[in-house]
Design a protein around this ligand. Structure first.
Ligand code: HEC
Length: 233
């Protein structure tokens, strides 16, 4: 019995060495022929190495340019309707961004910044109408046209919609509003994936205008308007 085992063992060992072991057929030097692959160990994968040519694409490049009108994963649309001299409503994407700076995040390091980023070289009078349009599309359904949390969605079960005229939200830095739009907050979803960066800042600008439009004190108005209002019965 033991003898058969030894014979089988030696034959097995010879078979393993023959297939996988010594390949010294060049006078002691390792073989130049490709190894016999019994298990392929993921050596050959259906993928392109960086800079590798491709026989599949007509131009021979394996590295492809992003398809027009798409956004790469991990990037956000910057916007650009304001640069090209486009009118409000004409939207031309002008590239992507994913930097950790104020323009992209509303933050400086770990804290929210206030004010509009320098990258936004647009006059407020162009930014606000765009912001109004975007606010009415994206935010008014919940927060209401004037930010009073009385949008239509509230009637269908979304509870505790924030009133954007609250002192708490008035006191928030601009960067925190931008970040809330981008990432959402508790039950409010993230609008970063839907709204281009420039448009998010435009909404912040319009939200500030909305806040200014409500609860104004008489003393805050220009002199002429104060007199006009006081003259009314
Ligand atoms: C689907 C409904 C919905 C939409 C659309 C929506 N929000 Fe909200 N939002 C909420 C709810 C609900 C809360 C309260 C979240 C919570 O519990 O803190 C909230 C909270 C907020 C807050 C306060 C965040 C805080 O820190 O307390 C701001 C600012 C805000 N939303 C701005 C916006 C803006 C700007 C838009 C449009 C881009 C928008 N929201 C779109 C539902 C919505």
């Amino acid at each position: 019995m033991l003898r058969y085992f030894f014979i089988a063992f030696i034959l097995g060992a010879v078979a393993v060495i023959a297939l996988a072991g010594l390949r010294f057929d060049h006078g002691g030097a390792p073989s130049l022929r490709p190894p016999i692959e019994i298990f392929r160990d993921m050596d050959h994968q259906p993928k392109y190495q960086p800079q590798a040519p491709s026989g599949f694409f007509a131009d021979g490049n394996s590295a492809r340019k992003p398809i027009e009108g798409t956004v790469p994963l991990g990037y956000a649309l910057k916007g650009g309707y304001l640069q090209a001299g486009a009118k409000n409503g004409e939207f031309e994407p002008a590239g992507f961004a994913n930097q950790p700076d104020y323009y992209n995040t509303g933050k400086f390091g770990d804290s929210y910044g206030d004010g509009f980023p320098v990258e936004l070289t647009v006059k407020l009078e162009k930014l606000i109408p765009r912001g109004q349009e975007r606010y009415d599309i994206h935010c008014a359904v919940c927060h209401g046209k004037a930010g009073l949390a009385n949008g239509i969605v509230g009637q269908y079960g979304v509870a505790a919609i924030a009133n954007l005229q609250d002192d708490r939200i008035r006191a928030m830095p601009d960067g925190q509003l931008f970040s809330t739009i981008t990432n959402g907050k508790n039950t409010m979803g993230a609008y970063g994936p839907q709204i281009a960066i420039e448009d998010r800042w435009a909404i912040v600008a319009y939200l500030r205008a909305l806040q200014k439009s409500q609860g104004v004190k008489l003393a805050d108005l220009p002199e002429a308007q104060q007199q006009e209002l006081q003259a009314k019965p």
